[in-house]
Design a protein around this ligand. Structure first.
Ligand code: ADP
Ligand code: MG
Ligand code: MG
Length: 193
């Protein structure tokens, strides 16, 4: 179940993990991208944190909506509109349910639609899809999240900047999958599931 409290706690933890691993995320983005993923996410989550503090949203839907708006308006890179769309679709889903699975599935579908992408293309979807599958099966652990990220090494990128290097993307972890690991870890640590 999402509640205003556990969602706000999750986003706070996510921001902390992004800040702590900002340089690492940008390093992952260097061989297969433009080296800015950590900075993009840190800027975005700083804006999210400021917005949530000043506007004090009272529903799960509004927390997701403010998060979406901050990410979309403050992050220039691909990750801003993609995470932002995920959050906006989760806001819409939260209008009718507070259950975790349908809300996360709406987020995943939002990324697929905005990114014109599917799992298996070396993107954040290669963390979102297995994480959601594991939640469904009751098998989600830190280890399963980490294996999914590790598995992105084997994939040839066909979407986003990493697709420009084609097969040379093999052997490298996708930075958006790694930041998504922090997102799912944060949900777990905040007791969302
Ligand atoms: P940019 O590539 O514009 O510099 P970032 O570096 O912040 O943006 O984000 C890159 C991440 O965005 C990638 O690692 C990947 O996970 C994700 N990404 C890029 N394009 C897509 C897409 N079409 N669908 C899903 N995720 C994508
Ligand atoms: Mg980048
Ligand atoms: Mg960029």
């Amino acid at each position: 179940m999402f509640t205003v409290d556990n969602l706000k706690k999750s986003l706070q933890l996510f921001k902390e993990k992004i800040d702590k691993n900002k340089d690492y995320l940008s390093e992952l983005d260097t061989p297969i991208g433009d080296g800015d993923h950590g900075n993009n996410m840190a800027r975005g989550m700083e804006a999210v944190s400021e917005s949530l503090q000043s506007k004090e949203p009272q529903t799960v839907q509004d927390v997701f909506k403010l998060t979406a708006m901050a990410l979309i308006s403050k992050v220039g890179g691909a990750s801003g509109p993609l995470y932002g769309t995920a959050m906006m679709e989760m806001a819409k889903a939260a209008a009718t349910t507070s259950e975790v699975l349908p809300i996360l599935e709406a987020g995943l579908a939002g990324i697929e639609k905005r990114g014109n992408s599917k799992p298996g293309e070396k993107t954040m979807l290669d963390e979102w899809a297995p994480a959601i599958e594991a939640i469904k099966n009751g098998t989600l652990t830190d280890g399963s999240l980490e294996s999914a990220v590790e598995a992105t090494k084997e994939i040839t990128a066909t979407k986003g900047r990493a697709s420009y290097v084609g097969e040379r993307s093999i052997g490298h972890i996708d930075p958006g999958a790694m930041s998504s690991l922090y997102f799912f870890q944060s949900l777990m640590e905040a007791g969302v599931f």
